[in-house]
Design a protein around this ligand. Structure first.
Ligand code: RIB
Ligand code: CA
Length: 310
């Protein structure tokens, strides 16, 4: 048995997904088994193509499994305005010659959880649709997952896609409800933590300039998003999935976390997709969420620089 920790990433690349994936590709403590692909930031055809292309750029040959093209119940808008129409900054890159694996993402999650029972680190960087389907196929799945890390939510209602909701959860709230009810414990890196852990645009541009071929490709696909971010959010850039990946790969960098009951609002006219945290424990429900509140910023930035060869 490999001493490395088996790692499975579900993702909707997406510019910040791409940075998180580059961090994982280069991590020596983990064995990346596969990528399972969700629709979210952009449509599934683009997210699959982007995952295959990024693997080529990084010289990584892992199976890429396409998942669900739509949310479980209700349709949802994508985030092409942030990531570009193709999800990778509309650079017109030459597509990978590789094809996705024929096995559906949900089936791959079920299979790999059984193959690595008790050890698998599962990192969710997009909407939770594929994991929800996997849970419907295999209700015992949570017992086989070593750690579940989710990028999603806004734990005090400061969202990025509506007033209270964050994109990954709001894109498929029913899937999130299935996941958060099924797992007795999961780690959550929410949007509000991401906002607390930005990096200066000028620093990031310097890392890109010092980096290797990964940095060159990443600079191209992220240019649209970085320009959009500067106009909307000022001098810091926020890479949500990169922070979640940092906490997943190097949990020792978490400086503060809060355990609380967390549930998803499905019905609210103003609040559908919100992650409702029972901070005062009024509900009597168990603490299912380990909410990352503070991560070692220097450690985070070191992981990002390493992913870019900077
Ligand atoms: O809210 C940020 C999350 O939504 C990130 O995972 C980003 O890639 C989008 O999927
Ligand atoms: Ca994502």
């Amino acid at each position: 048995m490999s001493a490395r920790i088996p790692l499975l990433i579900d993702t909707d690349p997406g510019v910040d997904d791409a940075l998180a994936l580059l961090m994982a590709f280069g991590d020596p403590r983990h064995e990346l088994l596969a990528l399972t692909i969700a629709a979210g930031n952009v449509g599934l055809g683009h997210t699959v193509a982007n995952a295959l292309k990024l693997c080529d750029v990084a010289g990584v040959d892992v199976p890429v499994h396409a998942g669900c093209p739509v949310p479980l119940v209700h349709p949802a808008a994508d985030a092409a305005y942030v990531h570009g129409q193709d999800g990778f900054g509309d650079t017109g890159y030459v597509p990978s010659a590789r094809q996705a694996d024929p096995e559906h993402a949900a089936l791959a999650i079920v299979r790999l959880a059984k193959a690595h029972a008790g050890r698998l680190l599962l990192v969710m960087l997009g909407p939770l649709t594929n994991l929800a389907l996997a849970l419907r196929l295999d209700p015992d799945l949570p017992s086989r997952i070593g750690r579940l890390v989710v990028m999603g939510g806004a734990v005090t209602g400061q969202g990025n896609t509506s007033v209270p909701a964050e994109f990954n959860i709001a894109f498929d709230p029913e899937a999130a409800e299935v996941v958060f009810r099924a797992f007795p414990q999961f780690e959550l890196v929410d949007w509000e933590a991401v906002v607390r852990h930005g990096f200066l645009h000028r620093d990031f541009e310097a890392w890109l300039a010092r980096g290797d071929a990964r940095a060159e490709f990443y600079g191209a696909i992220s240019a649209h998003t970085r320009r959009w971010s500067e106009g909307k959010r000022g001098d810091h850039w926020h890479s949500a999935d990169a922070l979640a990946m940092a906490a997943a790969l190097q949990p020792e960098g978490v400086r503060r976390a809060e355990h609380r009951p967390l549930a998803v609002e499905l019905e609210g006219r103003l609040s559908r997709g919100a992650t409702v945290v029972d901070w005062l424990r009024r509900s009597g429900r168990p603490d299912n969420a380990r909410i990352v509140m503070d991560y070692d910023q220097a450690r985070f930035e070191a992981q990002v620089r390493a992913a870019l060869g900077a």
